[in-house]
Structure formats: structure tokens, C-alpha cells
Design a protein around this ligand. Structure first.
Ligand code: ZN
Length: 426
């Protein structure tokens, strides 16, 4: 048994306690305790509450002290949508967009996702792994403790397996938990575009070869589809996600980002874990999501990076009662950031979410969308001691400061995995 740790002195502890996921007005309920403490033992939360209560716990007296005076303590962020494994930046396309080309025009000329696919296929597992390791360290430095990761830059059996195996290896080689999603249906790969009935053939390859293989090797928990014009239409998305379900892969879906396709309602019908993007949804979609258990995951980093004016209607989704989550969508084409605090800033200023709502969306609701709300996403007895400590004395300062990192300490399963003060002394 390791020595317990007692975190005390914090100006605020955001427990996010209570039933998850949160909908409507409950999204603003972040369970703040002042003059509070958290006791960690064996990687789990052994006690949380007022300082007096926690200090009275039998294990508190021998615990090592972690002084959080003047800081805010909250659950580690759960980033429920990333494209972790990729080979290179696409800064050249970033410049092209600034000078007038649209995202879809660039994609038509072999740029976009296909550009990342050819680079990934050419890269070795070692190179990809090194890049991902560096990114994961950065995720931790911004307070994130669990990361969902999608394949989708391979688009053939060998390359998709290469990515999904890396998810598994990375999960054991570094402290953050990685939740693996198969996104073979990201776009139609170049070699199928020139073939007669190429799209049909690729969908059949996904359904008959890749999904069964990935499921048998247990390389993913979820199956995702990019349901969008220029990618997969509604009927193909349904076919692929249903095939995934037959093999035990829960559906997630990229939907209604650049055009309205009906993907959000498909997600609801299939009982998808999450439906992501949603910039173009209408009132009927909002109502359907609100009545469902499918999480509406919003990715404002994408709209920001692409310079788009239309963000997802977060207010309407929250007010209607949908389960709203936030994620970075870390990827080289449309959202090259690992910073959940930056996503919170965008959620507040662009999506008109309050700081409390944004924090709930990035913790307990994101955890729910990954099927992990019983283990992570709040600071409650028996949950994993996944904790971030911010160098601010009011939680609203976390989104208020944008483009700067106020994360001071990140703890995963009770171990410090990032510390600003340690870093500056070594
Ligand atoms: Zn994505």
C-alpha cells in the first residue's frame, strides 16, 4: 500500500458530485466546497469534503501533504474526442485557408484528411508513437487525465491496425488512460476513389474485414463514422455503425459539421454513445438529442481554427435538456490543440456556456460519453484519483485566461504526472 496523499488548502474544490450525466440546469451544478480537502489512497479517492471531515479520516494523519493553497482543485479533464495518432502538422493548408481556399476545396485537391493518410501510411510505428507520447505529456500539462483516440488516418487494414495497436501500447507506457475508437470510415481512401463502385467496395471492406478483425483483437471499444458530404452518407454511416454494433463496438458519429446530413438523428436511433460537432443541427435534431441518452459533444476548437462563424447551438441543446460534452478534437487539420482550458474559453465566449457548464461538459459528461462516469469525471469516494489543480483561486479564471496555461498540477490514479513547480526546479 502506498502512502496516502492529502490535498488541502484549496480555495475551491469542484467535486462534480451527484448523478451524472448532467442535463439542463444541472449542468451548472459543479459541487463546490470551500475550505475542503481530498484524501487519496491507492490511486483512489478515499475521502472528499470539508477539511475537518477529511482530516478526521483514519488514513489522513499519516498522509503526505499536497498544499493547494489559493488554488482550484477539480477532476482531471476527460477529452472524449481526439485524433491522437497522426504523422505531421498541416500548417501549409492552414495558410491556404487564410488566403481564401475552403476546407472542402483543399480536400478535393488531395489535401485534408487524405494528406494525413499518405503521411501516416509512410510513417513507422516508432515515429508515430514518439509524436503521440509528446502530445500526451502536453495533454497532462493542461489538466487532462483521460483521452479518447480515434484511428482514421490509415484507411487500410495494416495502417488502421498500426494506429489501434499504438493506442493499446501507449495506454500501458504512459499514465493517461486512452479509450480507443475505430474510425475507418473517416473518408474514402484515394485508391478506392478511382475504382468503379469504389465507395461500395470500401464500405464492404470496413464491414466484412476491418470491423471483425479489430473486434476480434479487442483493439477498440467504439466505432465512429464521418457522416458528411464528401465522406460517408447517411445510409453508409448506418450500415457501418450497425456492423460495428454487431461486433460489440458502440457507435459514435461525426455529424452535422459542414452540412446537415441527418447524422444526429441516426445517432439517436442507433443509441450512439456520442454525436459530435453539430454546428448545422436544427430544432428537430435538438429535440431528438434532448430526449436521448446520446451525448452531444461540441468541438469549438474546430470552428475557431477553421475561422468559421457558425458554432454549435450549445445554449439550445442545454436548455432543451441534451447531455452536452466538450472535447478538443485534437487533429492536424482542423483543431491542433491539446488544451482543454482553451476549449473551455471558446465554449464560454463562442457557445455562451457558463464556466460551470463548460467544466461539467469537460469532466462528468465527457466521462459518461466514454462509458466511464462511474470511474472518473467527478471527485467522489471510490473513484479514480484523477485530479487537476489550477493556479487560480476561482474556477471562472480557468476559461477566463485564454491561450495561457494555468494548470499547476495533474494527478493520475493518485500519482503526480505533471507539476509546474517541479518542472521549473529541474
Ligand atoms: Zn474528429
Amino acid at each position: 500500500m502506498s502512502i496516502p496523499t492529502l490535498i488541502s488548502g484549496a480555495s475551491q474544490i469542484l467535486t462534480l458530485r451527484g448523478r451524472g450525466p448532467r442535463r439542463g440546469a444541472a449542468l451548472a451544478n459543479i459541487g463546490i466546497i470551500k475550505n475542503a480537502a481530498v484524501l487519496i489512497a491507492d490511486g483512489l479517492i478515499a475521502a472528499v469534503g470539508s477539511r475537518a471531515q477529511v482530516e478526521a479520516h483514519p488514513m489522513a494523519s499519516g498522509a503526505q501533504q499536497l498544499n493547494a493553497t489559493g488554488r482550484v482543485v477539480l477532476p482531471g479533464f476527460v477529452d472524449s474526442h481526439t485524433h491522437l495518432i497522426h504523422a505531421a502538422s498541416r500548417a501549409n493548408e492552414y495558410e491556404l485557408r487564410i488566403t481564401g481556399a475552403s476546407y472542402e476545396e483543399i480536400a478535393k485537391h488531395g489535401g485534408g484528411i487524405l494528406n494525413s493518410v499518405s503521411k501516416l501510411r509512410a510513417a513507422t510505428s516508432d515515429t508515430l508513437k514518439q509524436r503521440a507520447h509528446l502530445a500526451l505529456k502536453q495533454f497532462a500539462a493542461y489538466g487532462t487525465t483521460t483521452v479518447e483516440a480515434k484511428s482514421g488516418y490509415g484507411l487500410d487494414l495494416v495502417s488502421e491496425l498500426k494506429i489501434l495497436k499504438l493506442h493499446k501500447e501507449l495506454c500501458t507506457e504512459q499514465p493517461l488512460d486512452i479509450v480507443s475508437t475505430f474510425l475507418g470510415a473517416h473518408v474514402i481512401p484515394a485508391e478506392f476513389r478511382t475504382q468503379k463502385s469504389g465507395v461500395k467496395k470500401y464500405v464492404s471492406l470496413l464491414i466484412n474485414k476491418l470491423i471483425p478483425e479489430i473486434a476480434s483483437q479487442k483493439l477498440a471499444e467504439f466505432c465512429d463514422v464521418f457522416c458528411e458530404r464528401g465522406a460517408f452518407n447517411l445510409a453508409q454511416s448506418k450500415q457501418i455503425l450497425e456492423a460495428g454494433k454487431r461486433f460489440g463496438l458502440r457507435p459514435r458519429i461525426h455529424a452535422e459539421q459542414l452540412s446537415r446530413t441527418g447524422g444526429a438523428q441516426l445517432a439517436v436511433k442507433l443509441g450512439a454513445a456520442s454525436c459530435d460537432h453539430l454546428e448545422k443541427i436544427n430544432r428537430v435534431d435538438i429535440r431528438a438529442l434532448a430526449k436521448s441518452k446520446t451525448t452531444a459533444t461540441l468541438l469549438p476548437g474546430c470552428d475557431f481554427h477553421l475561422g468559421l462563424k457558425q458554432y454549435a447551438p450549445a445554449r439550445e441543446l442545454i436548455d432543451a435538456g441534451a447531455i452536452v460534452a466538450l472535447a478538443t478534437d485534437y487533429n492536424p487539420g482542423t483543431s491542433p490543440t491539446v488544451s482543454m482550458p482553451m476549449i473551455l474559453s471558446l465554449a464560454c465566449t463562442q457557445l455562451r456556456m457558463t464556466p460551470a457548464e463548460a467544466i461539467t461538459a469537460a469532466t462528468i459528461n465527457s466521462a459518461y460519453s466514454l462509458g466511464r462516469d462511474k470511474q472518473i469525471g467527478s471527485l467522489e469516494l471510490g473513484k479514480l484519483a484523477d485530479i487537476s489543480i489550477f493556479d487560480v483561486d476561482d474556477y471562472r479564471d480557468i476559461p477566463y485566461y485564454f491561450g495561457m496555461n494555468t494548470c499547476h498540477t495533474t494527478i493520475k490514479r493518485g500519482q503526480i504526472i505533471y507539476s509546474k513547480s517541479q518542472r521549473s526546479t529541474t
